[in-house]
Design a protein around this ligand. Structure first.
Ligand code: ZN
Length: 314
């Protein structure tokens, strides 16, 4: 992946399991992604994330060049405008001033954002969403969230837009957010595995194995998989009726099922919609490093905004 010539920047993506980081050189080349485990959830998790970011920055800076800005993206409810990580149910922080703390630790200006919105921005500028202006990028992994672009501009809703993972699509099961029947509790990769295990008592190695079992004729696996497809199609139909996107780009672990996901999803969505604009359902292109790439793009934008000589010609 190459972002084109520009200032050297650092990029960090705080995920559920790893904090990933990369240095993007002035030639735009994205260096090797390095990672450390995400600190455990709890009261000290947010400061520990800053420590991890500082440690990774030390390693990367030794490798090449002096970055002029950094991008940091984290999960949960993120307020980009204030630089605050408002809430993460998975990592356990509340109202933590990530941008200010990261700037203090790194000594460069920091663009702070949301992991999935950053991944969506990367898909919009360099990936599968690039041909479209009205497009939703949806990430289906451990959870489900999306980035919404209307007329080429991101819809943020003070950091709460794109939370389709917590829209109700069924009568159950309970969701970690305190709701019930949320899309994420029915159809995320994590939920598909959990629901199969609670139905059969058999532990499985992720949604991939549930799908394999469904293909081998396991009735419980098939029921779980099909109900996940129904829930996803129902949610996509709401997205289509609300925003009329040209396309919905789907990434995350579940998208790796390829045609086994996309084909039945297209059929189900087509059967629900009537006069609506039918969005193309397109696999994401950038893949698992989209968050890091999005963080790098935001850092580049910040550096350019601060230095008129680096601003792109309109
Ligand atoms: Zn929920």
């Amino acid at each position: 992946m190459n972002l084109g010539p520009g200032p050297a920047v650092l990029a960090f993506d705080v995920g559920g399991t790893d904090v990933k980081a990369a240095l993007v050189g002035e030639d735009g080349r994205v260096g090797a992604v390095v990672r450390v485990p995400t600190p455990p959830s709890g009261a000290g998790s947010a400061p520990a994330v800053i420590d991890a970011v500082a440690e990774l920055a030390g390693r990367l800076r030794a490798a090449a060049g002096e970055p002029v800005a950094a991008g940091l993206v984290v999960p949960g409810h993120v307020d980009e405008a204030t630089g605050i990580g408002v809430f993460s149910e998975n990592l356990g922080w509340r109202d933590f001033p990530f941008r200010a703390q990261a700037e203090a630790a790194l000594g460069v200006p920091v663009a702070f954002g949301h992991d999935v919105r950053a991944a969506g921005a990367a898909e919009l500028r360099l990936g599968a969403a690039a041909p479209y202006r009205d497009v939703v990028v949806m990430v289906i992994g451990t959870g489900i969230a999306g980035a919404v672009f209307a007329d080429g501009r991101e819809v943020r809703g003070t950091g709460l837009a794109g939370e389709m993972g917590h829209a109700r699509v069924a009568d159950g099961p309970d969701c970690a957010c305190g709701g019930r029947g949320c899309l994420e509790a029915v159809a995320s990769a994590g939920a598909i595995a959990r629901r199969y295990t609670s139905l059969t008592g058999a532990p499985v190695d992720g949604a991939k194995e549930v799908l394999r079992r469904a293909d081998a004729g396991d009735a419980a696996a098939l029921a779980v998989w099909e109900s996940a497809l129904d829930a996803l199609a129902l949610d996509l139909s709401h997205t289509a009726s609300l925003l009329a996107p040209e396309a919905i780009v789907i990434g995350g672990g579940l998208a790796q099922a390829g045609d086994r996901l996309f084909r039945p999803l297209r059929e189900r969505l087509d059967a629900i919609l009537t006069f609506h604009r039918r969005p193309e359902l397109v696999p994401a292109r950038i893949g698992e490093d989209a968050g890091v790439i999005g963080a790098a793009l935001a850092a580049r934008d910040l550096a350019a905004a601060g230095r008129p000589d680096l601003r792109e010609a309109p």
